[in-house]
Design a protein around this ligand. Sequence first.
Ligand code: GLN
Length: 259
Amino acid sequence: MDAQRIGRHEALLLLAHITGKNKLQLLLEENIPEEQARVFFNALERRVSGEPLQYILGEWDFYGLTFKVDKRALIPRPETELLVEEVLALNPLRVLDICTGSGCIAVSLAVFLKDAEITAVDISADALALARENAEWHGVAHRVRFVQSDLAGGLLREPGQGFDAIVSNPPYIPTGELHGLQTEVRDFEPHLALDGGVDGMDLYRKLLPQAKALLRPGGALFLEIGPGGVGELATAAGFGAVRIKKDYSGLDRVVIAFL
Ligand code: GLN
C-alpha cells in the first residue's frame, strides 16, 4: 500500500470518522480498538487506490449542510455553491433543478427558501434515490418533487404557470478530456454526470430551449458552466440579459440568463 499517496490530514479524517473521536483525541491516544483499526486500514486501502475521500466517508458538506454522497452521483463541488448563492439572491418560489444528482442544489434551496416548491429531475433513478434520501435527511422532502427525466424533457408546463428559476449543473466535460481527469474523478464518479459530448456543450444545447419553455416571463436560468460559449448560446436561444460570474479561481463558472 503506497500510503505516501494520501496526506496525513486525510488519513486522520478517516480515522476520526471510523472511531467517532475528534482528531485531537486521536493524536493523544495510542490504542485504537482492533475492529476500528481493521476498518481504518480498509478505508486507507480504498483511498490509496484512488477512491475519493468523500465516497469513503459517505458524506460531505455543501453550502453548510451535510449530504450523503456515494457513487450514485457526483460529489458536490465548492464552486457549485456559487450557483446556489445566486439563486437564493432572487428568492424564487417555484424552482426547477435539472440534473439534480445528489440533490445538493435542490435540498439547499429547499432548506434556505422556506416557502419554495422545488422540482428536481435527473435521468438516473439511482441519483434520484440519493437526492430523495438527502431531502428526507434535511426534512424538506415534502417540498421537493422528484421526477425521472432526461433533462427537462419529461416536464410539461402547467397552464398559466412557469418556474421562477431553473438551475442546473449539467455534465460539461468534453468526452475527449475524460481520460485525462484525476483518478478520483475518472475512475470513481459516474461518467453520466460528467460527459458533456464532443465539445462539452451537448446538454446546454438541449437544455436551453426546454428551460425557455418552462420559465415564466421574467424568470431566470442559472447554469454552472465549464466550457465558454454558453452565454452566447443562451442569447441565441432567445434569452435577454445574460450575466456571467467567475469562481474563486477566476474562471467563468455561472451563467445567469433572464427571460
Ligand atoms: N466541475 C466538475 C469537474 O470538473 C464537473 C461537473 C460537471 O460536469 N457538471 O469534475
